[in-house]
Design a protein around this ligand. Structure first.
Ligand code: SAH
Length: 243
């Protein structure tokens, strides 16, 4: 998200809290731009590895943590899946429904901990909760068959990683799968977000969950130049509760 001219205001390098994400969204919107992390089309890694994520099953319940306005939500809903996204910034939901020409219904969700809003469209097949992700839980919408974690684990502050993985495990059904994107670069050179995630650290956090590397993509050309890094890549892991 952060680059030299367009970085999110942050007191500590690499630490970004929800009001600062909100300012980042606002700044992009005011400039008539999309946030830097937004992908204008279906994410190529999702379409390439969808079969691995769904296990070939149809009509699944998908979770998009820290969803932004990812096009992927509409793409999967059009295939008959049910989508639940969570983002702390209301612009994400507003722009998602507007850009996809879907009229949403908007309700307050006063539920004790969640304290947010719910945008729903396509006969309830797409729900976006506006709240702090750490207030979301399986009590809100049950558990999920599949999680597409793109730009989510890498976006949260590093101190929250353990809490995030604990929450992910409670949100995934016993036979559920998660496709997770992580960034890899030399962290002393750039504070993020998106943060560098060492494979060993993720493995340790996941414990007895199974994790397999599906793909890597080199971004040195564009992001390396942007953030002044000699190399940078994304790695995509398929995570399962069981084998
Ligand atoms: N997955 C999306 C967005 C990634 S950027 C995509 O692929 O485009 C990270 C998103 O997380 C931003 O939209 C930001 O508003 C949101 N976010 C950051 N911290 C959050 C938190 N604690 N709770 C909920 N959303 C958060």
């Amino acid at each position: 998200m952060a680059d030299k001219e367009d970085s999110l205001p942050s007191e500590k390098p690499g630490v970004v809290n929800l009001p600062q994400w909100e300012q980042g969204w606002q700044k992009a919107t005011d400039a008539g731009k999309d946030p830097q992390f937004h992908v204008k089309n279906v994410h190529p890694i999702l379409s390439k590895h969808l079969e691995q994520l769904t296990g070939g099953r149809s009509g699944l319940k998908f979770l998009f943590p820290l969803c932004g306005k990812a096009m992927d939500m509409k793409w999967l809903a059009d295939q008959g899946h049910t989508i639940v996204g969570v983002d702390g910034v209301e612009d994400a939901a507003r722009q998602f429904f507007q850009e996809n020409a879907i009229q949403p219904t908007v309700t307050d969700v006063p539920a004790a901990a969640l304290n947010g809003k719910l945008y729903q469209g396509m006969e309830g097949r797409i729900s976006i909760y506006i709240c702090d992700y750490f207030n979301f839980s399986s009590e809100v919408k049950g558990q999920f068959d599949a999680i597409w974690d793109r730009g989510a684990f890498v976006a949260i502050n590093e101190v929250d990683r353990e809490k995030y993985v604990r929450l992910m495990k409670t949100l995934l059904k016993p036979d559920g799968r998660c496709l997770m994107e992580v960034m890899q670069y030399e962290p002393s050179l750039f504070p993020g977000p998106p943060h560098n995630v060492p494979e060993d650290e993720l493995k340790q956090l996941l414990g007895d969950y199974n994790m397999a590397l599906l793909d890597t993509v080199d971004h040195t050309e564009r992001l390396g130049k942007l953030w002044n890094l000699p190399w940078i890549k994304t790695a995509y892991f398929l995570i399962k509760a069981s084998n």
